[in-house]
Write a protein of this length. Structure first.
Length: 429
């Protein structure tokens, strides 16, 4: 099974006594190491920065159809998962991925966990285009022998200055020095370690080197101390404190619809059939030939015209803002996961489609994120503050989770869930 997520609330420090047990090996799935789920084998293909060419995106759809259940699943790190794979298809899948440049390193493929601001260079704001950092970091990670020792869950974030992916509490975050979130245009980039409230200034031209040095220092500190950890936040005492106070990060996902530099669409629970995916690829081909998958399970099509929105909406993508489906996620649930106590995606879809906010026109973009979980592992839950909807076997428990969350919980039936979730999402952030 995939590794158990940390139980500590997002944004909180991790005291020594609460550090998860890392005595066992890191079982995080990859493109070569398949995970056997109840619905077949699962492959997770890392896409640094969520960047895909239209050719690469088409190859993923073809692999899903030929080898899996015909669907593609985006993750909270902008990666793609293929499910329902036959165990003996691993070699075929690897060959397909190598042919389009999606498997540059067999030894490092699981550590290529890089998220980046998806609107960087697109939306007319004074922000840095971090794609060059993404490509350099990916290449240097794959070329560094020591980097293979990182966990498959270790996350790098490259923020263009707007504070979107900086809010994801990655292990190492690089924040561009100029942009919408900074008042001083000459300020250097800042390096944030774990969930620290302070950052380290980084010399211009040394940004990616600083990111790699931080990751290597983490591994060196573990070897010296004898500690076992997957995340930098689990051992904050082993790493130097930053000197520059960091602001509160907005963490805003791109709104769906037309953007100054392209289009943004949402995927229900991050899933798309191969046919839907091909519609997305067609939009990319008609534009700049590029897709950017977001950590919020959406996709940005750079350079795409608003004229393409009706076709994408007809294919089943979310293209209109203000829906309860915005910032709504769910784990796999039944029947794909044997640990789940419910078919959470079906239950969540019914609740979202009958969300009482819809009739009132209460937009979803400013509401708290909500995540449905089939068990206590809460796989794929968002960072920050969120509404936790946990299956109990006889219904769901609805709680506002995360930093400064209220401790109250509501035990509800499936019929009561829509109202309870909508009320919790209206909680002041």
């Amino acid at each position: 099974m995939p590794p158990t997520p940390d139980a500590t609330a997002p944004g909180a420090a991790v005291p020594d006594r609460e550090v998860p047990d890392r005595g066992r090996g890191d079982a995080c799935p990859g493109a070569l190491r398949l995970h056997q789920a109840d619905d077949g084998a699962l492959a997770r293909i890392r896409l640094p920065g969520g960047l895909l060419t239209d050719r690469q995106a088409l190859a993923l759809a073809e692999a899903a159809e030929a080898l899996g259940d015909g669907e593609l699943e985006t993750t909270s790190r902008g990666n793609v998962q293929l499910r329902g794979l036959a165990p003996q298809c691993a070699a075929d899948l690897a060959e397909r991925l190598r042919a389009v440049g999606l498997l540059p390193s067999d030894t490092h493929e699981r550590v290529r966990n890089i998220v980046a601001s998806p609107l960087a260079g697109l939306d007319g704001t004074d922000s840095a285009d971090v794609r060059a950092w993404v490509r350099e970091l990916d290449a240097r990670l794959c070329a560094s022998d020591w980097a293979a020792g990182l966990s498959g869950k270790f996350l790098f974030a490259l923020d263009d200055g707007r504070g979107d992916v900086a809010a994801l509490d990655a292990d190492v975050t690089l924040i561009a020095g100029s942009g919408a979130a900074t008042a001083d245009r000459d300020r250097p980039a800042l390096l944030r370690l774990g969930r620290a409230g302070h950052g380290h200034p980084v010399e211009a031209g040394q940004e990616v080197t600083a990111v790699l040095d931080a990751a290597r220092s983490f591994l060196d500190a573990l070897r010296t101390s004898g500690r076992k950890a997957w995340h930098l936040r689990e051992v904050p005492e082993l790493l130097p404190a930053g000197s520059v106070p960091l602001p509160a990060f907005a963490g805003a996902a791109p709104a769906v619809g037309a953007l100054p530099g392209g289009l943004s669409v949402g995927l229900r629970f991050g899933r798309a059939s191969a046919a839907q995916w091909r519609a997305l690829v067609a939009a990319a081909t008609a534009s700049a030939g590029e897709l950017r998958l977001t950590p919020w399970r959406g996709a940005v099509v750079p350079g795409a015209s608003a004229d393409l929105l009706p076709a994408l909406a007809g294919a089943g993508f979310r293209t209109e803002p203000g829906s309860p489906w915005e910032r709504a996620t769910a784990c796999t649930g039944l029947p794909g996961c044997a640990k789940s106590l419910a078919d959470v995606r079906s239950d969540a879809a019914r609740a979202l489609d009958t969300d009482p906010r819809s009739a009132a026109g209460d937009g979803g973009h400013d509401a708290l994120p909500v995540h449905w979980s089939g068990c206590e592992r809460r796989c794929g839950h968002p960072a920050g503050r969120w509404v936790d909807v946990l299956a109990t076997g006889h219904g769901y428990r609805v709680t506002v989770n995360g930093p400064a969350a209220a401790p109250t919980a509501a035990e509800v039936t499936n019929e009561e869930m829509a109202e309870a979730v909508a009320e919790a999402r209206r909680t002041t952030k």
